[in-house]
Write a protein of this length. Sequence first.
Length: 292
Amino acid sequence: MKFTALLLLLLSPFVALCQEPMAQHYKIYNTAKQRIATADDIINDLNKVDVLFFGEEHNDSTGHYLESLLFKKLADKYPGKAALSLEMFQTDCQTVLNEYLAGFIREKNLITEGRAWQNYKDYRPMVELAKTAHIPVVAANAPTRYTNMVTRMGLSSLGQLDAKAKAWLAPLPIDTATGPYYEKFVTVMGGHSAMGTMKIYQSQNLWDATMGWNIAQFLQAHEGYKVFQVNGGFHSEEKLGTAAQLKKYIPKVRVMNIAVYADESFDNPDWAKFAKMGDYVILTDPKLPKTF
């Protein structure tokens, strides 16, 4: 008996490593407490949170592993009260997504008729978990044809759409107030001269507002649910973008955000550099292969 106990003690680090094979490829930091954290710490912080934003880099293999891990942990902790919301599906494909989750249609139909992203394999584990566990999934994003329309013709052009088309978008008019998010967007675009007109910023706001609106609509219809929202990092860094638009629709909504980066400083992070980006910052090993 003593030998068995000793053997288990010696093997426990290796058992933990087998359970978390990717653990050495990411570091999680709690910006408020200024200390290293774990995936379980994030989930334990959700007791007073309605929406957890996961801001990814779309081709980060470790990031995709982590979003699946966190979604599984969230679903396990809040059975019957968990939901997934994805930038990767557009609102006019919600019916197709629902039909797949219900088992009515095949995956190939979801991918083609639901206009799944080319790297759908990266999000498939979450969708399959939702299907198996009967977890609702929100197709949160605005249809691309309408964001393209705004980029070409401005937000006012959306007023010409019929009622059915408008129902796939956040209520008009869309708030495009300038401020920190605008300045951040201009910087990313390479400056005012590179950005050109305000139309491209307006399309970004339509994108954000529609995702925020769809999350808000879900929460208002599903009291007590925890929503795991997955989107590109820019949409939720500093709780701007989609997170800020959601706050406009439900001012009292409780939000927590994760910002994830495959950063060259992974081996020796300067956490202060990332402190304002999220409640939790995750750095992943940039040397690992990208998913595309």
